[in-house]
Design a protein around this ligand. Structure first.
Ligand code: DX5
Ligand code: ZN
Length: 227
């Protein structure tokens, strides 16, 4: 994979029907999804438990889309090899969860996956200053992580803008991903602010037509550039 993302839509399977996961992934793939976003929660770093490497390995068998594993777990360095072995193409970690962030990011890249750092709503941009040369993308959380279906935190827009200029000023090729409360109503403004990868769970899988929702979300994001 390269980091030339453009505007890409990454459905979060957290809001899919886990009993019909394969069907749901095929639906969004048919709808033109670019990436499958996988929310990994350990019940410790965040107050919820979801899925792990065996599920990622199962998904790997049914789709060729890049698998974007968002690790909301303590000490994620323990699991990098497991997720890479399972077929993850992108792995992101929260700086609060890993003491040696630089080493963890190197481990991700060492497995030929794209390395991402995730910023919680309260985590400042300064926390990634020293690792800008070690990452391929930054995931800006626009809700507090742990659950799907939460309301978008408006302050995230300003954060994306500041992050965009920080990256440009330093001359890095780093993509910005945004996650939490993204839907038809705000896809345009977040894309305009500089987010290139839009994660959406409930806006896609909560829609009666998840396949069509992928295209609608993309059009909403791109409409901001046409104006
Ligand atoms: C939240 C997860 C998100 C979640 C987004 O902790 O990181 O990926 O699935 O869900 P929506 O799009 O419903 O806010
Ligand atoms: Zn996520």
């Amino acid at each position: 994979m390269t980091t030339d993302f453009g505007v890409k839509i990454a459905p979060s399977i957290l809001s899919a029907d886990f009993a019909r996961l394969g069907d749901h992934i095929r639906l969004v793939e048919d709808g033109g999804a670019d990436i499958v976003h996988v929310d990994v929660m350990d019940g410790q770093f965040v107050p919820n438990i979801t899925i792990g490497p065996p599920v990622v390995a199962a998904i790997r068998k049914i789709t060729s889309l890049p698998l974007d594993c968002h690790l909301m777990v303590d000490q994620p360095e323990r699991f990098i090899d497991d997720f890479a072995d399972a077929g993850a193409n992108m792995i992101s970690v929260h700086p609060e969860a890993t003491i040696h962030l630089h080493r963890t990011l190197a481990a991700i890249r060492g497995r030929d996956a794209l390395a991402g750092v995730v910023l919680n709503p309260s985590t400042p941009l300064s926390s990634i200053e020293e690792v800008l040369g070690s990452i391929d993308y930054v995931l800006v959380m626009s809700v507090n992580p742990g659950f799907g279906g939460q309301k978008f935190i408006e302050h995230s827009l300003d954060k994306v803008r500041r992050l965009r200029s920080m990256i440009a000023l330093r001359g890095y090729q780093i993509a910005i991903e945004i996650d939490g409360g993204i839907g038809m109503g705000n896809a345009g403004v977040v894309a305009e602010a500089g987010a290139e990868l839009l994660v959406a769970g409930s806006a896609i899988f909560g829609d009666p037509d998840p396949k069509g929702a992928v295209g609608r979300l993309r059009r909403a994001a791109l409409a901001s550039f046409a104006a």
